[in-house]
Design a protein around this ligand. Structure first.
Ligand code: NAD
Ligand code: UDP
Length: 317
């Protein structure tokens, strides 16, 4: 039986890939977005399809819809964008999740929350299992997002306990891939765009901080499995391959233009020093593990940026 899905933030980077998978399997999809960091371009290929609907809406306002599954992704994810209006980010996290849980309760839908490794803050435990409670600054420049996602998780589990709402909480670790915005501000897109433009790559701090990068197709597979599993989470979804930011810069530079230089810029406040997921829970509960390594994923991402930034590449590829 086909299901009807609501994807909030569906015109964004991860959301649009999820919409693709749901549409490809023949389900009905309502894509909801306020286009803060999303683009119609990302889902344009579905407009006009009988199974697809597009709604411009802000999740801080309630909405009534009949759906079976709610994928709640609406929230800016890049530090540059979530810090642009931090009060709005906190409202989106709290009110947006509150409204979507209210909808889930009313219509008996299951809701998956796109939470984040940021709930672990600047972690004192490495790598990070789901049982780690985190080290988050409640009053810093990242707090609107980190604390926003923490209260969003809290709301999910309170709706689950009080009202029996079926929730699934995914803690996503740095995910990258085609369709990231060229002005997104996150590290993978920054480095690729800088290298393609022949500019030096900007390392914040010394570039010794680490991240673990997951390719978007792997993440979406994990989402699909988590939604239909019996496990509420919270569940880490990410690729345990850990790299320093300098190593990432070297990988991108060497693929695009080995003569490019690095410039050091100040490390932003509260920037986590290290981050790597423990994914034993996802492996055992979902039989999921990421399949695409950083080299392969970077090649696909660079190819996408080339098409967008250097239009002549489209004809060649
Ligand atoms: P993104 O910025 O590309 O997508 C977010 C989408 O939500 C955009 O389309 C944006 O326009 C929309 N949106 C923002 N505020 C909204 C509002 N108030 N009402 C309606 N729509 C709104 O980011 P992404 O990387 O695709 O992230 C998707 C989700 O996954 C986010 O919730 C993010 O916190 C989470 N996440 C992503 C990563 C990652 O590395 N990509 C890591 C951890 C968590
Ligand atoms: N970063 C960097 N140069 C950039 C953008 C980011 O060195 O041009 C660093 C940033 O300081 C952080 C890491 O890369 O340590 C990942 O940053 P991103 O914004 O992608 O994600 P997050 O910090 O939320 O994990």
């Amino acid at each position: 039986m086909t299901q009807r899905h609501l994807v909030t933030g569906g015109a964004g980077f991860v959301g649009s890939h999820l919409v693709d998978r749901l549409m490809e399997r023949g389900d009905e999809v309502i894509c909801l977005d306020n286009y803060f960091t999303g683009r119609k371009e990302n889902i344009r290929h579905w407009i006009g399809h009988p199974n697809f609907e597009l709604i411009r809406h802000d999740v801080t306002e309630p909405i009534k819809l009949e759906v079976d599954r709610i994928w709640h992704l609406a929230c800016p994810a890049s530090p540059v964008h979530y810090q642009f209006n931090p009060i709005k980010t906190a409202k989106t996290s709290f009110l947006g999740t509150y409204n979507m849980l209210g909808l889930a309760r009313r219509v008996g839908a299951r809701l998956l929350l796109a939470s984040t490794s940021e709930v672990y803050g600047d972690p004192e435990v490495h790598p990070q299992p789901e049982s780690y409670r985190g080290c988050v600054n409640p009053i810093g420049i990242r707090s609107c997002y980190d604390e926003g996602k923490r209260i969003a998780e809290t709301l999910c589990f309170d709706y689950h306990r009080m009202h029996g709402v079926q929730v699934r909480v995914a803690r996503i670790f740095n995910t990258y891939g085609p369709r990231m915005l060229e002005n997104d501000g996150r590290v993978v897109s920054n480095f690729i765009v800088q290298a393609l433009r022949g500019q030096p790559l900007t390392l914040y701090g010394e570039g010794t901080q680490t991240r673990s990068f997951c390719y978007v197709d792997d993440l979406v597979q994990g989402f699909l499995k988590l939604m239909e599993s019996d496990n509420t989470g919270p569940m880490n979804l990410g690729n345990p391959g850990e790299f320093t930011i300098r190593q990432l810069a070297e990988l991108v530079r060497d693929r695009i233009n080995p003569s490019l230089e690095f410039v050091l810029e100040p490390l932003p406040q509260d920037d986590p020093l290290q981050r790597q997921p423990v994914i034993e829970l996802a492996k055992s509960a979902l039989n999921w593990h990421p399949k695409i390594n950083l080299s392969e994923g970077l090649d696909a991402t660079i190819a996408d940026f080339k098409k967008r930034l250097i239009p002549s590449q489209e004809a060649e590829s």
